[in-house]
Design a binder for this molecule. Structure first.
Ligand SMILES: [Zn+2]
Ligand SMILES: [Zn+2]
Length: 434
């Protein structure tokens, strides 16, 4: 009797597993049906890119789509132009979030596509060309596709999905707030539907259809740096009568490069300090009063980031003081580290492999670029994956990078992104239950 019970239990377990498997596999028709729509949406959004905090047309398109799908809630105007859709599944379960960013960049498109952008916009008071040079057009289209597949199969969704269409990932225009941090301030992660996990994808010049991940830190934390060195103006022929801020700034620029190599624990991840702009003086025979230096800092570990900031301030002050100058240092955080929560990544790995194929889910190297997605991950566990969108026949070195005027997406990759988003939503509850 006992034996029979055991076999019966095993049979039940096996069939439950098979049903769970089938639950996604019989969506093949839905994915086939959604693919041409996702491609059409992507082309339309690509042709009509909008700058950060100006995503009016894109947001309206998204909101109309979610309303037509019968979403339980569609909020607009979140953090200026953001759209947040809430879809409640047919079965009880956790709340999760899926995120796509919507903004384009001031770049003149040179892809030569029939749907290439001819749009223009205003950026910090200047008339500029606008292009989806970072692939956010694909992010919006893929999330719209996932919304349709999940809304039409909501009976099998356990829990609630929050669809976050975020403005201004590239950074709001001067003098404005925006992006992920503002979405969070406006309550996107709060009750009544507070997500406990989040997934984001980013188009990337990897082989088309691959998903690239890295457990733990993946993309850098980025901080903006401004140093003002104040000396005392005098004639260029008699430097001893003043304090030369150019000489001091030069020492600072050199000394900062010693911080990553001599003072940081590089076993906890690399760091980059770049001074990208240095301005002071007006002609050769005047030692000026002041020099302004602008730069960027990249790190992959919170502790390393703190040590670097402290050491940088101390180095600048000490060099200024030794020379009789004064200096001010201002470090403005753009974004913390973006990565993949190790336990969540482990739990969702079968889903990622289902979505892209076993051999198409690959571990990547660190990326020194940054993402404001990291602000969501400061609050809740999340995954952030790079979706390859480049033709594998093009050598890696010839593939246009994100932000290039030639950046483009192989549209065959888009359905892999849709499958990843849908798979995460459908599997999360089961995969994370102990
Ligand atoms: Zn970008
Ligand atoms: Zn981007």
């Amino acid at each position: 009797m006992k034996k029979i019970n055991l076999s019966y239990a095993l049979l039940l377990l096996l069939s439950a597993a098979a049903i769970a498997q089938d639950a996604k596999n019989d969506l093949d028709e839905a994915f086939a049906a959604i693919e041409p729509k996702v491609i059409a949406w992507r082309r339309d959004i690509h042709q009509h890119p909008e700058l950060s905090n100006r995503e009016f047309r894109t947001a309206a398109k998204v909101a109309e789509h979610l309303r037509n799908l019968g979403f339980d809630k569609v909020e607009t105007g979140v953090a200026h132009t953001g759209v947040v859709g809430t879809l409640i599944g047919g079965k009880p379960g956790p709340v999760i979030a899926l995120r796509a960013d919507m903004d384009g960049l001031p770049v003149l498109e040179r892809t030569g596509e029939p749907f290439a952008s001819q749009a223009r916009g205003e950026y910090n008071g200047q008339d500029v060309p606008v292009m989806h040079a970072c692939g956010h057009d694909t992010h919006v289209a893929m999330l719209m596709g996932a919304a349709e597949v999940l809304a039409t199969h909501r009976d099998r969704l356990a829990g609630t999905v929050k669809f976050i269409f975020q403005p201004a990932e590239e950074g709001p225009p001067a003098g404005e707030n925006g992006g992920a941090i503002m979405m969070i301030e406006e309550g996107v992660l709060d009750a009544p539907a507070a997500p406990e996990a989040i997934l984001g994808l980013h188009a990337w010049p990897g082989d088309s259809g691959t998903l690239m991940y890295r457990s733990g830190s993946f993309m850098a934390a980025a901080d903006g740096l401004q140093i003002n060195v104040v000396g005392r103006q005098t004639h260029g022929s008699s430097p001893w009568l003043g304090v030369d801020p150019i000489y001091v700034a030069a020492q600072i620029a050199i000394a900062l490069q010693g911080i990553p190599s001599r003072h940081l624990d590089i076993t906890r991840g690399p760091a980059v300090i770049t001074i990208g702009s240095i301005h002071g003086g007006i002609r050769g025979n005047i030692i000026p009063d002041e020099v302004e230096m602008l730069g960027t800092i990249r790190t992959f570990d919170t502790g390393v980031r703190e040590v670097l900031h402290a050491k940088l301030r101390k180095t600048v002050q000490a060099i200024a003081e030794a020379n009789g100058a004064t200096a001010t240092v201002s470090i403005e955080g753009y974004a913390p580290v973006t990565g993949n929560h190790p336990e969540l990544l482990r739990q969702m790995m079968p889903t990622l492999k289902w979505a892209a194929g076993d051999s198409q889910v690959i571990e990547g190297n660190l990326i020194t670029g940054a993402e404001d997605y990291s602000f969501y991950q400061e609050r809740i566990p999340g995954l952030f994956l790079m979706l390859g969108v480049s033709d594998p026949n093009i050598p890696v070195s010839d593939r246009p990078s994100n932000h290039s005027p030639m950046f483009n997406a192989d549209e065959d990759a888009l359905i892999v992104g849709v499958r990843t988003l849908v798979g995460f939503a459908l599997d999360y509850a089961g995969a994370t239950t102990p």
